[in-house]
Design a protein around this ligand. Structure first.
Ligand SMILES: [Zn+2]
Length: 503
């Protein structure tokens, strides 16, 4: 079962093109090139794929067959038996190798450390020295390859002025494209290329080419300085007022969500329509198997614990999706004939930072061990992400914490050999204890008119149990869509689009 589980992961070193070639030939090299299933044996053609192939092989290994009588006749009984025995040994080795590679792929799939929780992000323009010599542009001490520069020509015939999409056929550029002449016009570098084309590049265009990754990530991901918080945020939580959140002003809400991971929008009309309209000022509402914008009363219509009245521990939503929702919003429209149902928020980045500082090993385990999740409550549905992800996910270029995935109810398998899974449980127990520390829990009773919008990649949410009838509306927004809106409003189109080639 374990090898089956491990094989579900996407490929990483060593890469193997899915193959159905016979086991012995596979042993000749760890990289198998056959991608065709045309030569598959009957057992290997099973529609369940590679996993079944392995199960089937394991079954085979337990039941060795006698060498065929044809072989015995051709080579003699003794040779045939020897050949048979060697071939079984090779198949066993093949199986073992597949297990080892699976494990290697699972490990290398996660981002390597050192990790950290980034809190400061200041975008600083730096002035760079640009030189042209020996047919090459130099920015500081880095050489800018001519092919890259020509490919990123910013002129209207190479790049669509409105959409910033490339119009130029990259591979029509000669491999040996060269600078014929150049001149500086103020801070603009003008180049005439050997293919006759003329380009102009600004100093700002070049400055980002030599930026450290951490600097470029600020613009690409819309990072800002983050304020980590604990339960004391209750005295002054981030909030805005509905009347001040028009299309252009929604940036104020988004900035607070970027800084704190959540923001209230007070004095919102107590209707689903106004709430939906507010969310749509950010971006379109995401559809899932639960629907799009929801307006529900606790009745277990959608078979998920969120739709009941029981207490929910702090968790993130959508761990069962490859791409969990970026934002989530709640608006309590009414609560009648009962009490309870206080909302719980926990700053996942703050708690991760605490773990990172107090137990580095546990932090590393939660950052490297992939975990699956599922959503199977609705009829005919069992969703799993296309691969497993660690609880703490980091930016592959900077090592900065990007996303927290934490939902014990929806957790499926842990991508470790069964005799090693305790290491994950030990690390997760420590994270869980920090999440449940009183000082980290911010409790608030939601009230009609107050919309809670929070970053589902950072802030965990939960609630206490309640009695009576609660009507809540809300929805999800994709991460890429809300960050896009935030960037365009906060940083401006020119800055965001000006950094596409080098950021
Ligand atoms: Zn051009």
């Amino acid at each position: 079962m374990l090898s089956v589980r491990a094989l579900r992961c996407a490929c990483n070193a060593p890469h193997v093109t899915r193959s159905s070639a016979p086991a012995i030939s596979a042993l000749l090299a760890p990289i198998r090139l056959s991608s065709s299933s045309a030569t598959a044996t009957v057992e290997e053609q099973d529609e369940n794929g590679e996993a079944d192939e392995i199960v089937s092989r394991e079954r085979d290994l337990n039941k060795p067959k006698n060498p065929s009588s044809q072989l015995a006749m051709m080579f003699g009984e003794e040779h045939a038996k020897k050949n048979h025995s060697i071939s079984w040994d090779l198949r066993k080795l093949d199986l073992e190798l597949m297990r080892i590679y699976s494990r290697q792929r699972a490990i290398t799939e996660t981002v390597k450390g050192p990790y950290r929780v980034r809190t400061v992000a200041r975008d600083q323009e730096k002035s760079v020295k640009i030189d042209v010599r020996d047919n090459k542009v130099f920015v500081q001490k880095s050489t800018i390859p001519n092919i890259w520069l020509r490919d990123n020509c910013q002129c209207g015939s190479c790049m669509h002025e409105a959409t910033k999409q490339r119009l130029l056929d990259t591979f029509s550029i000669p491999k040996d494209i060269a600078i014929k002449t150049h001149s500086f016009d103020g801070s603009v570098l003008k180049i005439e290329w050997s293919d006759g084309h003329q380009s102009e590049f600004s100093r700002e265009f070049f400055s980002r080419t030599t930026n450290p990754e951490r600097q470029n990530a600020i613009l690409r991901q819309g990072l800002t300085t983050v304020k980590l918080w604990d339960s004391t945020i209750a005295s002054d939580p981030p909030k805005e007022y509905y009347r001040l959140t028009g299309r252009a002003k929604i940036a104020r809400v988004l900035l607070k969500i970027r800084q704190y991971g959540f923001c209230y929008v007070d004095d919102t009309p107590i209707t689903p329509k106004a709430t939906k309209g507010l969310l749509e000022r950010i971006a379109f509402i995401r559809n899932t198997h639960y629907g799009g914008f929801y307006d529900f009363t606790a009745d277990l219509a959608s078979k998920d614990t969120a739709y009941t009245n029981i207490a929910l521990e702090a968790h993130t939503d959508n761990t069962y999706f490859s791409d969990p929702a970026g934002l989530q919003a709640f608006h309590l429209l009414s609560h009648t004939d009962g009490e309870g149902g206080a909302s719980l928020l926990v700053d996942g980045f703050k708690v991760a930072d605490e773990l990172c500082k107090t137990d580095r090993e546990a932090y590393e385990i939660l950052s490297t061990v992939n975990v699956y999740a599922h959503a199977s409550g609705n009829e005919g549905i069992s969703i799993q992400p296309y691969r497993a992800f660690p609880v703490l996910e980091h930016d592959s270029l900077t090592g900065d914490l990007l996303r927290v995935r934490w939902n014990s109810s929806d957790r499926a398998s842990i991508e470790l050999p069964i005799d090693k899974v305790e290491t994950w449980y030990d690390a997760a127990r420590k994270f869980d204890a920090l999440l449940k520390k009183k000082e980290n829990e911010y409790w608030e009773q939601l009230i009609p008119g107050r919309v809670l919008i929070f970053d589902n990649w950072r802030v965990l949410h939960g609630r206490s149990k309640f009695t009576g009838k609660r009507r809540i509306c809300g929805g999800y927004i994709n991460r890429d869509d809300w960050i896009s809106k935030y960037k365009m409003l906060q940083l401006g189109r020119e800055k965001v689009l000006g950094s596409l080639a080098s950021g």
